[in-house]
Write a new protein. Sequence first.
Lengths: 199, 242
Amino acid sequence: MYEGVVQDLIDELGRLPGVGPKSAQRIAFHLLAADADDVRRLVAALTEVKEKVRFCTVCGNVAQQEQCRICLDPRRDPSVLCVVEEPKDVVAIERTREFRGRYHVLGGAISPIEGVGPDDLRVRELMTRLADDTVQEIILATDPNLEGEATATYLARMIKPMGLRVTRLASGLPVGGDLEYADEVTLGRAFEGRRLLDV
Amino acid sequence: MSLYRDEGVVLRTQKLGEADRIVTLLTRNNGRVRAVGKGVRRTTSRFGARLEPFMHVDCQFATGRTLDIVTQAETIAPYGMSITDDYGRYTAGTAMLETAERLTAEEREPAVQQYLLLVGALRTLAGAAHDPGLVLDAYLLRGLSVAGFAPSFADCVRCDAQGPHRLFSVQAGGMVCGSCRPSGTVAPSADTVALLAALLSGDWPAADSSQPRTRREASGITAAFLQWHLERGLRSLGLVER
């Protein structure tokens, strides 16, 4: 145990995800030894992020205004909507530079064992967005794990009767992997989603 | 570091650090085991979908100080795929996994009967031959029976008076006669009692021919009975789509 504020800092750092007591102690002593200007910059960034960043009222992505920059961008195709679990998934898809439509962030996936049901996600907001005829295609880009698949199944069942095109991101073999290490589910999906080679 | 091998069903996963997961399995010989799946969240992980809930796998573990480590995993049956294809099956299956975890309170205490029951129930659920709600209720009643809380749907549980009786007592653990009647009894319909008995004994033709109203009443009684014995409610049971 350290005295007063040093211990308080270690305790606060230790509450961050992935930071154990030893790591918290190391970061605290790094900050103590760091230049005062560097620490002030960090404090300013932390304060600013809490004051300025909010969730987009349309899609639920992180934003600095009422709406995020993707929802405000008139060049984005409003007829295609990509549904993701978390704001970090938006960043991952944006990095590909393949998708020019808009997003809807659910805020998680359906996980009954954790007590998370459809009412705990932004499903109602999604249905409201689909009510007018702007959106023509929904791309379900939830994680390719069990919760993500179940969430996609649930959403597809809700959206299909509205007559919209519902698609799911392909899943299969990762680029750079060996076929012999692929598990049966992944390999099965890869066979299901095989494509014609047009050469 | 000693190695051991066992087959099991993945009950639950929790994120750990950057790309790992803590995987809880109900194994055949070692009961409930918690082990770390290293790098399992990476898309290039050699485990792939093998350590996802509902998967029936043959695993090799390395014993660790607090948690074991999954070193190898081979699929025995990928129940997860067909279960997640249907939302009703998924919610019912999740309630089964949570029940199995709760009925095996102690880690590493062998629970072969619970393991075999869960594997059978998941196989039935994935096969989609019966209504998911019925499969769930049958599993819950049989799981409780294996754990030592077998309900009686015929004779009075207090005085053994021969049935059929009209009243069901959750606290007493089954049907009770008029003279033994404790407080808080319910009077389910004769069809509901017959359905509960069919689910407990595995009489699927009788269970499949039951009416939706009877199924609703039977699932309410099963849930109350489960909650009484587990002492704490199941989080997933409220989200089961019936």
